[in-house]
Write a protein that binds this ligand. Structure first.
Ligand code: E4P
Length: 218
């Protein structure tokens, strides 16, 4: 499973990329606004930090506007993935951009039917938002199961399921068990994946016992 980080905070991205375990980055207009920076500057910096796909979202809602913005975004770097909303115009733009060899991420997916449309439009990634469905009292992970099953029925569909709106490590584990290709995680959730109190406790005990031997390895 690939791990993307869901942020426009370049200091955080730099720190997380040093692990060698980061496969890409997703941003959205809210995350760009939170960064307080210009989208072109921040996306260019992220693309230089992480060689994998970096999603940069259009702000236009009409096909021509999306295509104009996509032309600017794709010029930033070869690893820019143009993020488009799951609307008729967004899917039309997705189809055109995919035909042009541009990576695309169709976002704001909340149903299996929408995910099927995104795949038919040739999206590189589709982003179902599990946390926002959970927030409404629905089961976001059921949507992931449905999409994975549907895509598996049609091997010609190449769209990858990018689990978004992830709130905690259990979402990540459930998505991996279902066979989702990618999860995009807020930095705090990505860091939580490393943690277990028994790891900390076990390491402390090993270090104490090791110190008592008086040995060094290097
Ligand atoms: C990812 O592409 C989305 O922008 C993001 O995961 C949304 O997460 P949120 O529901 O926590 O805002």
């Amino acid at each position: 499973m690939k791990f993307f980080v869901d942020t426009a905070d370049t200091a955080d991205i730099k720190a997380l990329a040093s692990s060698g375990l980061l496969d890409g980055v997703t941003t959205n207009p809210s995350l760009i606004a939170k960064s307080g920076r210009k989208i072109l500057d921040v996306v260019a910096e992220i693309c230089a930090l992480v060689p994998g796909p970096v999603s940069a979202e259009v702000a236009a809602t009409d096909y021509d506007g999306m295509m104009r913005e996509a032309a600017v975004l794709r010029k930033i770097a070869a690893n820019v993935c143009v993020k488009l909303p799951l609307t008729p115009d967004g899917l039309r733009a997705c189809k055109t951009l995919t035909g042009d060899g541009v990576m695309t991420n169709v976002t704001l997916c909340f149903s299996a039917a929408q995910a099927l449309l995104a795949a038919k439009a040739g999206a590189t990634f589709v982003s179902p938002f599990v946390g926002r469905l959970d927030d409404l009292g629905q089961d976001g992970m059921e949507l992931i199961a449905d999409i994975v099953q549907i895509y598996d029925n049609y091997p010609a569909l190449t769209t990858e399921v990018l689990v978004a709106s992830v709130r905690h490590p259990i979402h990540v584990v459930q998505a991996a068990k279902l066979g989702a290709h990618v999860a995009t995680l807020p930095p705090n959730v990505l860091r939580m994946l490393y943690s277990h109190p028994l790891t900390d406790k076990g390491l402390a005990a090993f270090l104490k016992d090791w110190a008592a031997t008086g040995q060094t390895i290097a």
